[in-house]
Ligand binder design. Structure first.
Ligand code: SF4
Ligand code: SF4
Ligand code: SF4
Length: 217
C-alpha cells in the first residue's frame, strides 16, 4: 500500500469508527482559557463583498488554491437587496470537531482558539465531517486538516487577524470577549447579535449583526 492509499484507508476506517462511537479526546477548555476569550464581531450591514479579507487571509496563511479559511457569501433577499456575509471557523466554545479527533491533533488552545497540530494529524477527516459550518478542509501542502486560526501567530504579537486588518469598512471587529473594556465586548453587549446555527450547541464565537435568516445556516 503506497502512502496515498494508506491515508485514504485510514480516513475511511476512522470515519466509520467515529460514526459508531465517541473516542477519547482532550477536555474542552472553559470559556476563558488563559484569561482570554478571543472572538469576532461581524456587521453584515457594513460588508460590501470586496473580498479583501479573503485575499489577505490566503496570502497571510498560504492557503492553497481552491480552499478557503474565510469566504464571503452573497445572498439576494426578497425584494432584491443583496447582502454579503463573511464566514470562517467560529472557534466554538463547545466545538464538535474536537472530540472526534482520534489523535488530539485538533485541540482547544489558550483564549478558546480551536487549532490543529499538523504533526499529530493523520488526515482521517473526522473533524472535517463533524464541523457544522464547513469551516475545515484538507491541506495538501501540509497533509493535515486545516482552517482559520484567527491568525494566532499575529495575535500572539498583539496584531489583528489579517482579515480584520484588511477590511476597509470595519465590518469585522476582533478582540477579547472576556475583557469588559474591549471594543468587541462593548459592541456585543450593546447591540443585537446572532450566531450561526445556534441549535447545534457548538456555541460559535463569531457574533453577527444584521444577519438575515437566509444566511444563518
Ligand atoms: Fe470546529 Fe467548525 Fe466550530 Fe471551527 S466552526 S471550532 S472547525 S466546529
Ligand atoms: Fe483526523 Fe487530523 Fe482532523 Fe484529527 S485533526 S480528526 S487526525 S483529520
Ligand atoms: Fe466584507 Fe470587509 Fe471582507 Fe470586504 S474585507 S468582504 S467589507 S468583511
Amino acid at each position: 500500500m503506497n502512502s496515498i492509499s494508506r491515508r485514504d484507508f485510514v480516513r475511511v476506517a476512522v470515519s466509520a469508527l467515529v460514526a459508531a462511537t465517541v473516542l477519547s479526546a482532550p477536555e474542552v477548555a472553559s470559556r476563558e482559557v488563559g484569561g482570554r476569550r478571543w472572538a469576532m464581531f461581524v456587521d453584515v450591514s457594513k460588508c460590501n463583498g470586496c473580498m479583501a479579507c479573503v485575499v489577505a487571509c490566503a496570502a497571510e496563511n498560504n492557503v492553497p488554491v481552491g480552499v478557503f479559511r474565510t469566504w464571503v457569501e452573497r445572498h439576494v433577499l426578497p425584494g432584491g437587496r443583496v447582502v454579503f456575509v463573511p464566514k470562517q471557523c467560529n472557534h466554538c466554545e463547545n466545538p464538535p470537531c474536537v472530540k472526534p479527533c482520534p489523535t488530539g491533533a485538533t485541540y482547544v488552545a489558550e483564549g478558546g482558539l480551536v487549532l490543529v497540530d499538523p504533526s499529530k494529524c493523520i488526515g482521517c477527516g473526522a473533524c472535517i465531517i463533524t464541523c457544522p459550518y464547513g469551516a475545515r478542509y484538507f491541506n495538501p501542502l501540509t497533509g493535515a486538516a486545516d482552517k482559520c486560526t484567527f491568525c494566532v501567530h499575529r495575535i500572539k504579537l498583539g496584531r489583528l487577524p489579517a482579515c480584520v486588518e484588511a477590511c476597509p469598512t470595519r465590518a469585522r471587529v476582533f478582540g477579547d470577549l472576556s475583557d469588559p473594556n474591549s471594543e468587541i465586548r462593548k459592541i456585543v453587549d450593546s447591540i443585537q447579535t446572532k450566531v450561526l446555527k445556534p441549535e447545534t450547541g457548538a456555541e460559535p464565537q463569531i457574533y453577527y449583526h444584521a444577519l438575515p435568516e437566509v444566511a444563518s445556516r
